[in-house]
Design a protein around this ligand. Sequence first.
Ligand SMILES: Cc1cc2nc3c(=O)[nH]c(=O)nc-3n(C[C@H](O)[C@H](O)[C@H](O)COP(=O)(O)OP(=O)(O)OC[C@H]3O[C@@H](n4cnc5c(N)ncnc54)[C@H](O)[C@@H]3O)c2cc1C
Length: 299
Amino acid sequence: MYSKLYEFLSADQINFNEEMKHHTTFNIGGPADVLVLPNSITDICMTVNFCRENNLAFILLGQGSNVLVRDKGIRGIVIKLGNGLNRFSIAGAEIYAEAGIKLSALALEAAEHSLSGLEFAEGIPGTLGGAVVMNAGAYNGEMKDLVYEVLAIDTAGNFKTFTWEQIKFEYRKSIFQEGEYIVLSARLHLHPGNRDDIMETMRDYARRRSEKQPLEQPSAGSTFRRPEGFYVGPIIEGLGLKGFAIGDAEVSSKHAGFIINRGSATAEDVINLIHYIQEKAREKHELNLVPEITIVGEE
Ligand SMILES: Cc1cc2nc3c(=O)[nH]c(=O)nc-3n(C[C@H](O)[C@H](O)[C@H](O)COP(=O)(O)OP(=O)(O)OC[C@H]3O[C@@H](n4cnc5c(N)ncnc54)[C@H](O)[C@@H]3O)c2cc1C
């Protein structure tokens, strides 16, 4: 059945039994049956049609910087953006970009064009598509402030243009998390600024990140969503869990809001550690910590 993929994709775009640990920033995850690397919107549409006709499941992946793939891997097809699909154009203060472009690369382009608004994206290691889906943000900025239109397709292959209202952005949330659409491209509205000031702000954010976050070790960023009125890091630290590990999954000693992979952590280690932290937070603070990381793959 999978041989039909070669009718519309080239051999280097199709990878069988691909270990997902090579495609996630956690460096964790078992094999996907097939990993497809689309170079164009047409490649995505054809792959989605193929899945529908053959009754196959598929999931989308950007840079894999907010996902934990289970140890048994993923049945069906993983469509990974981020290799192709990274064209963009800038006209005045408007940016059009395809979903696979790296968010930090787009932020740098905006800065080069003296456009302000995307400075917060410095150091967020994902694609534009993933950032829209997650409403990624930092330092008082988020995608919600900039994105005004998104082109997506649904699992039946129908294109739909979403307006800002239809995207329903909330804290680290958008309508695209319901999994019914693939984000193909987005339009962003920035505002004119001074190139040197923008660059300096981005350097400052990068400095602050490397001071506070365990960037030198594999992770998927903040493990939990921020509950209203609390910061998760200090809560976990207060539970005495900094440096606590299950297998090779460890609550970072640098920033307790991050779980890091010390080298050979399994997804099971990470999930067990998440459950342990949740249990302790419930016991001590009656607080329900909800993972921000998306967990995918065969249970
Ligand atoms: C060191 C580190 C620091 C981080 N700092 C921040 C931060 O400051 N702020 C923040 O918000 N996040 C942060 N993150 C988390 C992560 O980088 C962001 O959530 C990022 O936007 C995810 O993008 P991605 O391309 O890697 O998405 P992925 O992790 O690949 O995917 C995330 C989810 O979106 C779906 N998805 C991805 N692309 C598409 C698409 N085109 N269409 C439909 N669905 C799609 C996936 O199926 C998955 O459910 C950090 C992560 C790390 C490792």
